[in-house]
Design a protein around this ligand. Structure first.
Ligand SMILES: Cc1ncc(COP(=O)(O)O)c(C=O)c1O
Length: 474
């Protein structure tokens, strides 16, 4: 066993080393068919010999995407955070579940402290919260809380949408709100997409118009969500203006900070979430901008009673014995067995300190600004929307006449398959936008320079090939 553990740690060390090695690449790309040839995915009748086990482990590491690498710029999460990684290992080592103090004394105290700390940043002075399995599930809890506040009996009797409950989110909001509406029995068609401006922020006047229209049609508006950093453009909806509207119509206001919620710890940038303390609930995902390994996500609520009274209210005596002088957190969760996700956050936050983490967020924002300037100063790159926060959306304009969307996609795919850099894309209207995300707080200017070097070189290469083809044809 020791031998296997040593082998694993040696390989972990090499893997982490590759994060720093700029020429190493971040992926040895293989197609599904190639992977099937290289790796035996089936579980055999007999167990593996030690050597075969080691090979399986190496295969996994060799053909995975190294998301801690500085050229992994594809998702809203990235980066390698050592204290959090140690927290994750310790979590697996101690392998417990978050439901009771009895089996998770340290983790219970830590989760309570993390929720207290996070609520103090938000400004919920008498709030509560719970670690969940992701931002999507936090958004679901928010919608469920709003529905049950309006119809407390629905918890017991079930819910029929005869009153036509309507939820309002921006047209840039995450798809999880539609999923949530489906799950809680509202129906995804009853999520109204409110118009956003050219930079992706919800237009408050459009929100009010949509609410009034809904009322005129005899429907029941009940829930509004502001997005704190939209998935494509990184836009922050104007919470303070939205909260005035919600107060006027007595609606639950939720803020989805799955991507950009961690910005709240930056004094310099928190003006983007001005008014957050006015909301009823907030989703904050430390697994994104705080670089905690997936999953680390919280659902925070302003009213202390919400989780226990509005959602669960469970007191099953075969698990919750109420014998320790502390509440069992499982009573507030829709999960029974629940991973310990607070511990890795706690290790990381204690390691960097509040100031250290604030600096990391500020640094990411300044790197995003640097990336935006690189785009603006390059003659062949076009910025597709003003940068709002941590995402820069751009495209390359090729030197010859072609389908620009297709061209940019080809550049992206070439780089991904070469394993040099991975950057994602989405559609801004009909325009394919390359979305460069600066979520890894360890990124430096040279990493961003390298990304643009890769991107523009690959684009030039593609342009040259195409031009030669055109000349040949003509
Ligand atoms: C704005 C927004 N909300 C919600 C989510 C979903 O979060 P999770 O992936 O943790 O479920 C995302 C994910 O990228 C997001 O960008």
């Amino acid at each position: 066993m020791q031998n296997l553990l040593n082998f694993t740690f040696e390989n972990i060390d090499k893997y982490i080393g590759a994060n720093e090695n700029k020429s190493a690449g971040l992926l040895d790309f293989k197609s599904p068919a190639e992977l099937n040839k290289l790796v035996d995915f089936a579980v055999g009748e007999n167990g593996l010999q030690e050597g075969e086990f080691k090979e399986a482990l190496k295969n996994y590491l060799d053909y995975s995407v190294n998301t801690g690498h500085k050229q992994f710029l594809n998702q809203l999460y990235s980066g390698f955070n050592l204290p959090a990684f140690i927290g994750e290992m310790i979590t697996a080592l101690t392998n417990t579940s978050m439901y009771t103090y009895e089996v998770a004394p340290m983790a219970t105290m830590i989760e309570k402290e993390m929720i207290r700390l996070m609520n103090s940043f938000v400004g919920y002075t008498d709030g509560d919260g719970i670690f969940t399995s992701g931002g999507s599930n936090g958004n679901l809890l928010a919608m469920l809380s709003a529905r049950n506040k309006l119809f407390p009996e629905g918890r017991f009797t079930g819910y029929e949408n005869r009153l036509k409950l309507k939820a309002f989110v921006s047209d840039q909001a995450h798809y999880s709100f539609e999923t949530a509406a489906n799950i809680i029995g509202i129906g995804s068609k009853n999520v109204v997409k409110v118009q956003s401006d050219k930079n992706g922020k919800m237009i408050p006047a459009a929100l009010e118009r949509a609410i009034k229209k809904s009322l005129e049609m005899g429907e029941t508006p009940f829930f509004v969500a502001a997005t704190c950093a939209t998935t494509l453009l990184g836009a922050y909806d104007p919470i303070d203006q939205m909260s005035e509207i919600c107060r006027k119509y007595n609606l639950w206001l939720h803020a989805d900070g799955s991507f950009g919620g961690s910005l709240i710890i930056s004094k310099k940038h928190r003006h983007l979430i001005k008014g957050l303390e006015q909301t009823d609930s907030f989703v904050w995902n430390p697994h994104k901008l705080m670089n905690i390994p997936l999953v680390c996500s919280t659902f925070l609520v302003k009213n202390k009673d919400t989780l226990y009274k509005n959602i669960t209210d469970i007191n099953t005596d075969y698990i919750f014995h109420n014998i320790d002088a502390v509440e069992d957190l499982g009573k507030k969760s829709i999960q029974c067995g629940r991973r310990v996700d607070a511990v890795k956050l706690w290790f990381a936050w204690k390691y960097y300190g509040k100031n250290g983490y604030e600096n990391r967020i500020n640094h990411s924002m300044s790197m995003a600004k640097y990336a935006e300037e690189k785009v603006k100063s390059h003659p062949s790159l076009e910025l597709l929307a003003d940068r709002q926060s941590f995402a820069v959306c751009f495209r390359y304009i090729p030197e010859y006449k072609t389908d620009i969307n297709e061209f940019n996609l080809k550049v992206r795919e070439k780089l991904r398959k070469e394993g040099k850099t991975i950057v994602n894309y989405g559609f801004h209207g009909k325009t394919l936008a390359i979305r460069l995300v600066i979520a890894n707080a360890e990124l430096q200017k040279e990493d961003i320079d390298l990304f643009f070097h890769y991107f523009t070189t690959a684009a030039k290469e593609l342009s040259n090939i195409k031009q030669m083809e055109n000349e040949f044809i003509s």
